[in-house]
Write a protein that binds this ligand. Structure first.
Ligand code: SF4
Length: 417
């Protein structure tokens, strides 16, 4: 298959050297490469370069500047707490296409998602050296076990499993989550060498709130004018938000939105779809591009949920309690969060919001939480006659011929219905 131009990883000056066959990107500690990026094309290209390098260039650059970094597993790590202590929260979202899995395969069972194996592989091979601590929210048995494994294989660096509430109706739920956040903070404060100050947390909440707002505006633009921003562009712009210091990402996203709003591209005859399932492990760029290339407009998705697992923190009051309340009271329905809404209502609401003509379930192979939801969502869609397609992916998927065929058939069945 010919790789689309947008996805070809360049070997220019930014890719300074290669180690173990992996591309190696060096960034300035002040992240000027992103502060100065003047166009969406440049931002997207630089993000691709960073993602192609599994040695975490942004965390390395932060350390070069004298800072400490914390690896945050999806989905619900409260990165605001990490930030408020002056640490860099970096999203751990797998090893991507360039990482060969050799040692992790011997330690984990075969029927596990790729992100668990690539995360362990990176820990075993020193690729996570730029990190001083790790946070694993308890979203599934796999994430829980990763925390245990990390504690054993990297004993010099704290790893914390964040327990999350399951009962959202109880009056004690917010209190429970505040206590869990405090226990995470205890470890993070040791890493940072100082205690959390309420004013710092309030400032972090405000900055992350701004990032959320801009991420929401990008999603709205993609929903309203999907021809003016491609899925790969919107995905990469948001993915960058979990890798860069937020102080650098927020103005970058604002500049990107200004440019995207000024676009006036021609709409094509495409099918509006919602992508459901990739809330944790992330599909390859090639697969994302393929979905739109075959004639879909993605008008709703679950990629990069780290920016939208709650809509907003209510201002005022104790900031830690406000952050916990935002999680408890936000009905964001993805496979690793049960909410007061029913699954049927949730999927139908998302189809309505995007004015979508169909749903594509894009689930990571062996991701049980996503697969369990597919069963519930499908029933609701079938009852309303809404077409859907189910595709599975892995981090190192390389051939997409079958997926292309399935997608093309799906699109045609809707267009010519
Ligand atoms: S991809 Fe699914 S199974 Fe794997 S860690 Fe994420 S939520 Fe758990």
């Amino acid at each position: 298959m010919t790789v689309p131009t947008l996805l070809q990883i360049r070997t220019d000056a930014a890719l300074d050297k290669e180690e173990n066959g992996l591309p190696r990107v060096e960034l300035a500690p002040d992240f000027r490469e992103f502060r100065d990026a003047g166009s969406v094309a440049e931002m997207v290209r630089r993000t691709q370069e960073v993602l192609a390098d599994p040695t975490f260039p942004t965390a390395r650059a932060w350390r070069d500047g004298g800072g400490k970094a914390v690896g945050c597993f999806p989905v619900y790590t409260p990165q605001e707490l990490v930030h408020a202590l002056g640490l860099l929260p970096v999203a751990l979202q797998g090893g991507g296409e360039n990482l060969e899995i050799s040692r992790a395969d011997a330690s984990l069972g075969s029927f596990l998602c790729s992100i668990s194996k690539s995360t362990l592989e990176m820990a075993l091979t020193g690729l996570l050296d730029p990190f001083d601590a790790f946070v694993f929210p308890y979203i599934c048995d796999v994430s829980r076990n990763l925390d245990g494994i990390f504690s054993r294989i990297l004993p010099d660096r704290p790893s914390h499993m964040l327990h999350l509430p399951q009962n959202f109706a109880s009056e004690s739920t917010v209190r429970f989550l505040v206590a869990e956040y405090r226990s995470l903070l205890k470890k993070l404060e040791k890493v940072a060498g100082r205690s959390l100050r309420a004013a710092d947390l309030a400032a972090s909440l405000a900055l992350f709130g701004e990032q959320r707002l801009l991420a929401g505006q990008l999603a709205a633009l993609k929903r309203e004018r999907p021809w003016d921003v491609s899925l790969v562009e919107s995905y990469l712009l948001l993915r960058l938000g979990g890798l860069l210091p937020r102080e650098v990402h927020v103005p970058l996203l604002r500049r990107a939105l200004d440019e995207l709003r000024g676009r006036n591209q021609k709409a094509k005859d495409a099918v509006r779809v919602v992508l459901v399932g990739p809330f944790c492990e992330q599909p390859t760029l090639e697969l994302l591009q393929l979905i739109e290339d075959v004639g879909c407009y993605v008008v709703g998705e679950e990629l990069q949920m780290l920016h939208r697992w709650y809509p907003r923190v209510e201002p005022g009051g104790d900031p830690l309690e406000s952050l916990a309340a935002a999680y408890v009271r936000a009905p964001v329905d993805i496979g690793v969060r049960s909410t007061p809404t029913t699954k049927a209502a949730a999927i139908l609401a998302r189809v309505r919001e995007g004015d979508a003509q169909g749903v594509i379930f894009l689930t990571a192979k062996f991701c049980e939480p996503a697969l369990e939801d597919v069963v519930l969502y499908r029933r609701a869609l079938e009852a309303k006659g809404i077409p859907y397609l189910h595709l599975e992916f892995e981090e190192k998927s390389t051939t997409y011929e079958q997926a292309r065929l399935q997608l093309e058939t799906f699109v045609e069945s809707i267009l010519f219905d």
